[in-house]
Unconditional design. Structure first.
Length: 178
């Protein structure tokens, strides 16, 4: 497969993952590249023609075998790393946006995420995947409303509430063990 017909924007950048895969395939056939990358032909063909995306482990394997960064393979970002697919490979660059207003949020998110242990990170990712951000925010709002309601109870009512809640939690825990 040749690099002809690739979608290149006004800055000579490969636009899609499929285009970057075609670029890496170079003058090989799709079958030859699939074999070199330890993929089935149909899987690689789906990445190129149907827009399906490889798993992280598959993308990492392709990037490693082809001598490109995961970042370039995924998004087209290049850190002056030459691609070793031709004698004179074309160099494609995608300019990263300047650090935007969301960079402090990204850094805060990474600090929080990195402060979690592996089990907590996995649980958070499962929760985000299952519930989505809106579900998490809705649950957070409900917890905030509950905390606010509890704070408005007098000391006796608050004590009774916690006593009943702990008894209910213990009952649920014992039922779960059965």
């Amino acid at each position: 497969m040749s690099n002809e017909g690739q979608h290149i924007d006004e800055k000579d950048e490969l636009i899609s993952l499929a285009d970057r895969l075609r670029y890496l395939i170079g003058h090989r056939s799709t079958r030859a590249a699939a074999k070199a990358w330890q993929l089935s032909y149909s899987t690689l063909n789906n990445y190129i023609t149907r827009g399906t995306e490889p798993s992280l482990s598959v993308a990492a394997k392709i990037a490693e075998l082809e001598g490109v960064s995961m970042e370039w393979l995924a998004w087209g970002y290049r850190e002056n790393v030459p691609v070793q697919t031709d004698e004179n490979p074309a160099v494609y660059h995608v300019n990263r946006p300047e650090p935007a207003q969301n960079e402090p949020l990204l850094m805060a998110w990474m600090m929080v995420f990195n402060s979690l242990d592996t089990a907590e990170q996995e649980a958070l990712l499962r929760l985000i995947h299952k519930e989505g951000i809106k579900g998490i925010l809705r649950e957070s709002e409900q917890r905030h409303s509950l905390a606010q309601a509890i704070s408005q109870l007098d000391e006796t009512q608050r004590h009774d509430f916690y006593t009943q809640a702990l008894a209910l939690a213990a009952e649920l825990k014992s039922e779960k063990k059965k």
